[in-house]
Design a protein around this ligand. Structure first.
Ligand code: ZN
Ligand code: ZN
Length: 70
């Protein structure tokens, strides 16, 4: 299952780009860098550790049809 790439911070609504900096917990709560620093790298939703989200290559289309990968 692919990682869901949320497009905005759940706290402040700041836009988060697929190739830009963002932080997630194991439940994929997604936050911008500033909010994450304010949380001290602890997810306020679930209490889990927040880690840097891997950047997605801008070359890969965001809306690729699912299940069609050869
Ligand atoms: Zn934020
Ligand atoms: Zn969480």
């Amino acid at each position: 299952m692919a990682l869901e790439m949320k497009s905005e911070c759940e706290r402040c609504g700041r836009e988060l780009f697929p190739a830009g900096p963002a932080y997630i917990c194991s439940y994929e709560c997604t936050w911008c860098r500033e909010c994450t620093a304010g949380f001290e790298f602890r997810c306020p939703n679930c209490g889990g550790e927040l880690v840097a989200r891997p950047a997605r290559s801008p070359d890969i289309p965001e809306a690729r049809p699912g299940g069609d990968l050869a």
